[in-house]
Design a binder for this molecule. Sequence first.
Ligand code: PMP
Length: 382
Amino acid sequence: ISSRAAGLTGNSLGELFMLALEREAIDMALGTPGYPEPAADIIDAACEAMRAGRNQYDMPAGDLGLRERIAATFPVPTDPWGELTITVGATEALCVALLTSVEPGDEVVLLDPGYEQFRSAIALAGAVPRFVPLQPPDWRFDPADLAAAFTSRTRAVLLNSPANPTGRVLDREELDLIAELAERWDTTVICDEVYSNYVFDGRVQTSIAEVPGLAERSIVAGSLSKSFAISGWRIGFLRADRVRTQAMQCVHELTTQGTATPLQVAVGVAALSTDLKTAAEEMGRRRDLALEIFTGMGMKIAPPEGGCFLFADVSPLTGGLKDGRAFTFELLDTAGVLVVPGASSFADPARGEQYVRIAFNRQEELLREVGHRIRAARPADK
Ligand code: PMP
């Protein structure tokens, strides 16, 4: 086994998921969309594409119709040929972006806590993570900490906005500061924008591709998994300048030869008819419902600005004991509700022991059922 592969850890939550199955628990753990549902016309379009014979390899860089659709809705002018690549979800996109941007031993700056996969993808690329701590309760970084993370070995910055698990949406001031440092140290800035469709309270999502100073050094990793509720179709994309795109398309072609043709064709034909604005408003209502249930229980939660997760401090519920893991098992046992211990979102799990992550991209009835179960399990809170 190569050291690169040996350094990766699989899913550490196997035991929890087995217990959840036995307990017939409601899964509030994973980001797998329960809401919205995939639009019927996307599914029809996929069947039609298969019947029409679109069952063989397409262009490795992606079906051109789909690339044109994505380019047409991307916030900055984007050439579908030269600046877009369709990937096997954002998961592949992130690995390709890193493999294309960094040499083994280079440093990658990232915010902590963050999406667990980032740490593994950096390890796979042989790079060295430089974590910038986000400070509770509102999960912002101290500009001095950010500046201190950059060195002459920094080759990339890896961001996620809206963020998993914190729900933060990077604001313009934060992005401008990142741009200034990225320019000063001449680094590529990669941003995972898979939740870009879900921002709340009238906020506007700013893509890093829109920020002066970042535009020309940015790689955006996007995905249709969450916006169109088709996470199993494995369709994501990379948006970057021509030079980076050309290199990324080679890595992508080598590792995948492209993602499923008829599914790309289907989304290219039908996706624009999905009402993303309504989906975002509906998601905001689900955020509010989830906040009501879990803050009602006594958790401390900074209302997420975007995305589909609550990142909750459960220490008020554990007698000050910082043990999100024990709390997760207890909630599963007593209420039949599955959440994720927050420690796995931190580089140093000890910093995250009092947190749990809760997904709220679920059907409304399911969220109400979660509320019932929790109140039934905790009679004192009724
Ligand atoms: N990035 C983030 C921040 C995520 O939360 C997820 C899904 N959990 C992904 C990427 C994976 O996206 P995809 O399904 O497009 O591979």
